[in-house]
Design a protein around this ligand. Structure first.
Ligand code: MOS
Length: 695
């Protein structure tokens, strides 16, 4: 049964590729095997800093099935990339442990793996420094931080206002590095033929991978096709081209055969980005009524020696609360560590952990209820820019959430609720994530027999992008949903941005909406006389998306959480969690809920079990697989629910949507930590809250 267009947008439509995925027919990047395909296995550096001085390539070439060993001595020369993490096998430097220094290529995966393991590598080592401290001598203030934000913002007189405040909170929070670990590891299959390069890559945006390959291999973009049809998650780690696709293309050029490189999970922590560790100091000064008069959020973080990436963790403090006198600062140092990058809501996730725990500390210090404290500090305009909000319903999220959660029944005294060995507590935190939109193009085609085809190089990383784009098209064309087919996931399709920054649906959807609206107009002009070849319209949104925004645009949310703390084992369990979001119009109730609770689940992981610790002696992350890097499983997530406010915001895009991919993780870890403090009366400021910390 087809739905009519008036109900299609917002409906809980099922994922279009659901059956294909469940039946195993959906093919991921590593599942394309052109005839004659060889297999590459990367060799990671075994030292944290130094030079490769000798390689036992000849011995390995004599092993069964080995076709080639690519190293800096024989690999194809690459053009200078914008992203220096892709400058692979070009020289003998080892900038961090795990950096790829060779690629073994063989006829089978097993032979490639054996060859990589057997390769003898001699190094000249140098002392390494992988330890981040708040007083690291290498700390500097960068020009800007991730997202293009200024590293430092000062408004008013923070020091004066803080010194004269009635109530002061001054707290430090340390967050460990975190790793994205999507279910599907990074993989690519590359094939050169007739001077063209075709790759299947596990990527969040095949357009930017194609651009990177063009730069590296000195090709015209038209000579390259990158396909990312089905992608098993990325959380930001697949937002840029990664070593597998570059190594596969190099090896395919070198050997003259198609080559597949599937990154072993244990190599991922070193080469596909991660959330950098952050050290926070938050100071809040307030009147006795809880109204904030002074706010400082100072962040110290690290980057690698390969590339500067600065986690913008103090940026959300510029958005959240009334703060006439504020200071937000980032400082960074380059260490001999892997290069950090985007991980789900970079900046907001660690920043809002610290800020929302500090707000909880201010609630305790002022004796105010944590919800009431936040409501008291709602700003009229965005504190940093002074711009009006396009819409801001954080207050509604908090109020709706406290009703649904039963917050009013909470005994504010810490440690007051006990069930046998268990201490029970509840906590709340707010979340925010900016609205990003990027120019996109798309085409819409109407053919005989009432069929409609949308083409746009969107990527579905498991979110349901295909499905929601079909809904947007059906609504704009005023046709049944099942008359619309959607082609995405190839750089040969109309150019479109990556699935990142929670901007995908807004960006692609705007172009789809525009193309479909124009197509509907053309069809109306033809009054039923459709030519046999049909009608095709291509549209792009450069103009619409280019204007300087007159409004501050952000999604908001409030997370409520109840925990139990086992006083015997130190285990923390989340008993129930509720998120209430204000994220514009929700375009698919089913996939949106999945996005929200997926983000919240990742926030539970951050609060309770996820963490990458740096082994200082070896200069390496200690947790390099899912046996040691623990993520939440079903038993860790007992009751989790997401709700949303129907938000009508005319300043976004024709669909009225804000992004929903990242807001769910923001604030969640703080809600858990605040609940643990309420349960126990003890404030633990460093995550994850593993039993060793809790006991
Ligand atoms: Mo998201 S971290 O922008 O893919």
């Amino acid at each position: 049964m087809s739905r009519t267009a008036t109900t299609v947008l917002g409906a809980p439509a099922e994922r279009r590729e659901a059956r294909e995925k469940a039946a195993g027919h959906a093919r991921y990047a590593a599942e394309h095997t052109p005839s004659g395909c060889a297999y590459g296995w990367p060799v990671p550096a075994a030292v944290a800093r130094g030079r490769v001085t000798a390689l036992g390539t000849a011995d390995v070439l004599a092993m069964p099935g080995v076709i080639a060993v690519l190293t800096h001595e024989n690999a194809p020369r690459l053009g200078e990339p914008d992203d220096p993490t892709l400058r692979l096998l070009q020289d003998d430097r080892v900038p961090h442990r795990g950096w790829h220094i060779a690629l073994a290529v063989a006829d089978t995966l097993e032979n490639a793996r054996a060859a990589a393991a057997a390769l003898r590598v001699d190094y000249e080592t140098e002392d390494h420094d992988v330890r981040l401290t708040a007083r690291h001598p290498g700390l500097y203030t960068p020009e800007e931080v991730n997202g293009g934000f200024p590293a430092v913002r000062e408004r008013g007189d923070f020091d004066g206002a803080y010194d004269s405040a009635d109530v002061r909170v001054d707290a430090a929070y340390d967050l460990t590095a975190l790793h994205n670990h999507p279910m599907e590891p990074h993989a690519a299959t590359a094939h050169w033929h007739d001077g063209r390069l075709t790759v299947w890559d596990s990527s969040q945006g095949s357009g930017s991978v194609r651009d990177a390959l063009a730069q590296l291999f000195g090709l015209d973009r038209k000579q390259i096709t990158v396909v990312s049809e089905h992608v098993g998650g990325g959380f930001g780690s697949k937002g840029t081209a990664r070593p597998p696709v570059v190594l596969a293309a190099m090896a395919a050029r070198h050997t003259g055969r198609p080559v597949k490189v599937s990154l072993p999970r244990r190599q991922m922590p070193a080469v596909v980005g991660h959330r950098a560790p952050t050290l926070h100091r938050v100071r809040l000064g307030a009147g006795a009524d809880g109204r904030i008069t002074a706010l400082a959020h100072e962040v110290v973080t690290q980057t690698s020696r390969v590339k500067e990436f600065v986690e913008q963790a103090a940026v959300p403090a510029r958005v959240m609360y009334v703060s006439p006198n504020s200071r937000t600062v980032h400082r960074v140092t380059a260490l001999d560590v892997p290069t950090p990058s985007w991980m789900r809501a970079p900046g907001e996730t660690p920043g809002m952990y610290a800020l929302e725990c500090a707000m909880d500390e201010l609630a305790v210090a002022t004796g105010l209820d944590p919800v009431a404290l936040r409501l008291r500090n709602e700003p009229d305009t965005e504190p940093d820019s002074g711009l009006p909000f396009s819409s801001r319903h954080l207050g509604e999220c908090l109020r709706r959430g406290q009703d649904l959660f039963g917050w009013q029944r909470r005994d504010p005294r810490p440690g007051a609720t006990r069930e046998g060995d268990l201490l029970i507590g509840s906590g709340v935190a707010a979340g925010t994530y900016p609205v990003y939109v990027v120019p996109s193009s798309a085409s819409a085609h109407a053919g005989p027999g009432g069929v409609h085809r949308i083409r746009v190089n969107a990527t579905d990383i498991g979110t349901g992008a295909r499905t929601v784009l079909a809904q947007i098209a059906a609504e704009a064309l005023n046709v049944p949903l099942d008359s619309v087919t959607v082609e995405i996931g190839s750089s040969d399709l109309p150019r479109a941005p990556l699935a990142g920054g929670s901007s995908g649906t807004a960006s692609w959807g705007w172009a789809v909406h525009k193309a479909c609206s124009q197509l509907a107009g053309r069809l109306a002009d033809l009054s039923g006389e459709l030519p046999s070849e049909g009608v095709t319209v291509t549209a792009d949104t450069r103009e619409e998306t280019g204007a300087e925004p007159a409004y501050a645009r952000h999604a908001f949310g409030a997370v409520f959480c109840e925990v139990q703390v086992d006083t015997v084992t130190g285990e923390v369990g989340v008993r129930r969690m509720l998120g209430v979001y204000a994220a514009g119009r929700i375009l698919n109730a089913r996939t949106a809920r999945s996005q929200f609770i997926g983000g919240m689940t990742m926030g539970i992981g951050m609060a309770l079990m996820e963490g990458s610790t740096m082994d200082e002696r070896f200069g390496d992350f200690a947790e390099r697989d899912l046996a040691s890097y623990h993520v939440p499983v079903c038993a860790d997530v007992r009751s989790i629910e997401a709700q949303w406010i129907e938000e009508d915001d005319p300043h976004l895009n024709p669909m009225g949507s804000k992004g929903i991919g990242e807001i769910g993780i923001v604030g969640t870890a703080a809600a858990v930590a605040n609940a643990v403090r309420h349960a126990t009366g003890v404030r633990l400021r460093n995550l994850p809250l593993t039993p060793d910390k809790v006991l």
